[in-house]
Ligand binder design. Structure first.
Ligand code: SF4
Ligand code: MG
Length: 283
């Protein structure tokens, strides 16, 4: 069985020292080992942004895709090779701005993929612009007078899109983050794990200390029931989206890949789907 060290490669991350994404990378490597994966059974697909580099830093199949398109690629990978465990990853700009259409439909499609978003509430790679996750009043080069748009709540959107697994964590809490990624990998269906992952270089508001002060950890509610959809939505709204832990899980709904007739049973993914020449000629 592979250890987490076997999910490391020799590529040195070029994230800024202190960037939250380092811990997300470590958590993915630990979780992959803890659930018994081997590097050749894992594919990590990412979009564009600082966080998108993560697919190059993990010893597994990796694909650094295009902006906002990690999910279409990840879904294609999963459908083409059902033997692979697929992680999609990226930032809040990638997944919740340009990629939001894909995010919503991937959630409701419920393919067996784990989607990890490194949410730093800013665009880091392009040197600090307001993202859909930035708070109202947030000042950057793109909103010098402060953002006048409302902040997008990915957890509420996921819940209303019919998500079967919604979790949130903090890159400083490696224990919780690793456990949630393990739970996401073990979940049969689409798992959204939003991770507060501070950008130490450009976001001077949502710092490690700010998150520590504002996060509401579900551990303080021992009676919380993550199978209760109404309760999950209420708690998300009550805490202004700052809830961390396993917020919602629906174990009843089947994954998309379990519902495609013949896909599992007959090995459709392994069949030669090339059109016979005579049919091709008629096209
Ligand atoms: Fe991380 Fe921000 Fe540096 Fe990008 S710019 S690597 S998000 S700290
Ligand atoms: Mg970002």
């Amino acid at each position: 069985m592979a250890t987490f060290k076997e999910f490391r490669n020799n590529v040195k991350p070029n994230w800024c020292p202190g960037c939250g994404d380092f811990s997300v990378q470590a958590a993915i490597q630990r979780a992959a080992a803890n659930v018994g994966l081997e590097p050749e059974r894992l594919a990590v697909v990412s979009g564009i942004g600082c966080s998108g580099r993560i697919s190059g830093y993990i010893n597994a199949y990796g694909l650094h895709g295009i902006h906002g398109r990690a999910l279409p690629i990840a879904q294609g990978v999963k459908l083409a090779n059902r033997e692979l465990t697929v992680i999609a990853s990226g930032g809040d700009g990638d997944g919740f701005a340009i990629g939001m259409g894909h995010t919503v439909h991937a959630i409701r499609r419920n393919l067996d993929i784990t989607y990890i978003v490194m949410d730093n509430q800013i665009y880091g790679l392009t040197k600090g612009q307001t993202s859909p996750r930035s708070a109202e009043g947030f000042k950057t080069k793109s909103t010098p007078e402060g953002s006048i748009e409302s902040t997008l709540s990915p957890l509420e959107i996921a819940m209303s899109a019919g998500a079967t697994f919604v979790a949130q964590s903090f890159s400083s809490d490696l224990k919780q983050l690793t456990a949630l990624i393990e739970a996401g990998l073990n979940h049969k269906g689409f798992s959204l794990i939003n991770v507060f992952s501070p950008c130490v270089t450009f976001n001077k508001v949502n710092t490690y200390d700010w998150f520590k002060e504002h996060i509401v950890n579900l551990e303080q509610y021992p009676d919380y029931d993550p199978s209760n959809r109404m309760l999950a939505m209420n708690k998300i709204m009550e805490t202004g989206g700052m809830l961390t832990g396993l917020i919602y899980q629906n174990k009843e709904r089947k994954a998309y890949d379990d519902m495609i007739v013949g896909f599992k049973e007959e090995g459709l993914a392994n069949q030669d789907l090339t059109l016979p020449q005579d049919q091709f000629d008629k096209l």
